[in-house]
Design a protein around this ligand. Structure first.
Ligand code: HEC
Ligand code: HEC
Ligand code: HEC
Ligand code: HEC
Ligand code: HEC
Length: 239
């Protein structure tokens, strides 16, 4: 073979190798299979994840669930039931670190790999403890949703479990402790007082300085004079 032919063969082989390596790195077997599952639309797993900030930052299915996202997977529609089961077992293999659905402390550990500050803030809070002790406290994903991680709407998200959400927009929901509860009850008393006072508004708003009050008083006296003068003219005319 000529030198040139060997060179081009090597070049072609390199291109093919790099292309397939790239294709393998960028296909996510979890995503490929899961978006075909009937349950997927109900749980909004893949659709939500595809629109998420996590997707934009390469936080993939296996970042949270473990397993092997890089198994080779053929056209889903052409897989036999055996091939499907094999692909599923390979990807979702505990030997590859698959943990299934993270719950309790495991969820904190999973999120904590990248959000240790947020986890520490929440772990020691009243609600964080109520979650870990299985006493109805919200999990990270009750507030943020598991696959579309958003900053939740306060107080809308809180209404799922709390009747009175007054003042909830003034606290850090991830660090609710004894002090927060105290602040909250002070705030609620203050708001209740303001509501009562609000029924009899003061004669002059507090913000008005003495100069403005004087000015308004002067205007009022002037207006009275004008009215009196008009009445005087009216009576004068009739008599
Ligand atoms: C070939 C198809 C296929 C592949 C590939 C696949 N899954 Fe699954 N997965 C399923 C099916 C089907 C279920 C439905 C529940 C079951 O049978 O366990 C499921 C269930 C799950 C569950 C819920 C488990 C539970 O306890 O309810 C999680 C989490 C999950 N998969 C994550 C992953 C991750 C992460 C990957 C990639 C590393 C992956 N899957 C790859 C088919 C697949
Ligand atoms: C940021 C971490 C994270 C990522 C990334 C993630 N998941 Fe999940 N996933 C969770 C958590 C946490 C739950 C449990 C939700 C709950 O119970 O509140 C869950 C639940 C599930 C379930 C069970 C159905 C449900 O909604 O409860 C499936 C199936 C699943 N994930 C598959 C996937 C697939 C496929 C991907 C990639 C497209 C993925 N997950 C990406 C954290 C993640
Ligand atoms: C592999 C790393 C990684 C894991 C694991 C992870 N995240 Fe993230 N998360 C990120 C990155 C990167 C961003 C985008 C940059 C940022 O805002 O910090 C992000 C963003 C977020 C945001 C949006 C913050 C904002 O400002 O809008 C929330 C909420 C969030 N993650 C919650 C979670 C929860 C809950 C879990 C566990 C179920 C989790 N994350 C697991 C890396 C991760
Ligand atoms: C009760 C609802 C609630 C729970 C439970 C919750 N969060 Fe949050 N989280 C919020 C709200 C609201 C914000 C935005 C305001 C703020 O920063 O306090 C937020 C902010 C964040 C952010 C953005 C950065 C930051 O710290 O402000 C991340 C990341 C995050 N949460 C992750 C988590 C993780 C991980 C968990 C579980 C350990 C968790 N959250 C539990 C409501 C919650
Ligand atoms: C999944 C249910 C759930 C959700 C959602 C939830 N909480 Fe809670 N919350 C609890 C439980 C359970 C407690 C603990 C009650 C106790 O032990 O006193 C609690 C306690 C609190 C407390 C201290 C006690 C009190 O009632 O004043 C505050 C403040 C609080 N939550 C704020 C919030 C805010 C803010 C949000 C929304 C961002 C929120 N919660 C969402 C379940 C929830």
């Amino acid at each position: 073979m000529k030198k040139n032919t060997i060179r081009s063969l090597i070049l072609i082989a390199t291109v093919i190798f790099l292309y397939s390596a790239h294709a393998q790195a960028s296909t996510n077997a979890c995503l490929v299979c899961h978006k075909t599952l009937p349950q997927d639309k109900i749980d909004c797993v893949t659709d939500c994840w595809l629109r998420s900030l996590h997707k934009q930052n390469d936080v993939t299915c296996d970042s949270c669930h473990g397993g092997d996202a890089h198994i080779a997977i053929k056209n889903m529609a052409q897989l036999s039931p055996q091939e499907f089961a094999k692909a599923k077992a390979l990807a979702m293999s505990p030997a590859q670190g698959f943990i299934g659905i993270p719950k309790g402390m495991t969820m904190f550990d999973v999120c904590g790999k990248c959000h240790s500050d947020s986890v520490n803030r929440y772990k020691n809070s009243i609600m964080g403890k109520a979650y870990l002790d299985d006493k109805g406290g919200p999990s990270c994903t009750d507030c943020h949703s598991p696959h579309y991680v958003i900053i939740p709407d306060v107080p809308k998200t809180c209404k799922k479990c709390h009747k009175d959400t007054t003042g909830f927009d003034q606290i850090d929901p991830m660090a609710v402790n004894e002090a927060t509860v105290n602040d909250l009850s002070k705030l609620r008393i203050k708001l209740a007082e303001e509501k009562v006072k609000g029924k009899e508004p003061p004669l002059f708003p507090k913000e008005l300085g003495s100069f403005q009050i004087g000015f308004v008083a002067f205007g009022a006296v002037l207006a009275l004079f004008i009215i009196a003068y008009i009445i005087y003219l009216f009576i004068e005319k009739r008599s």
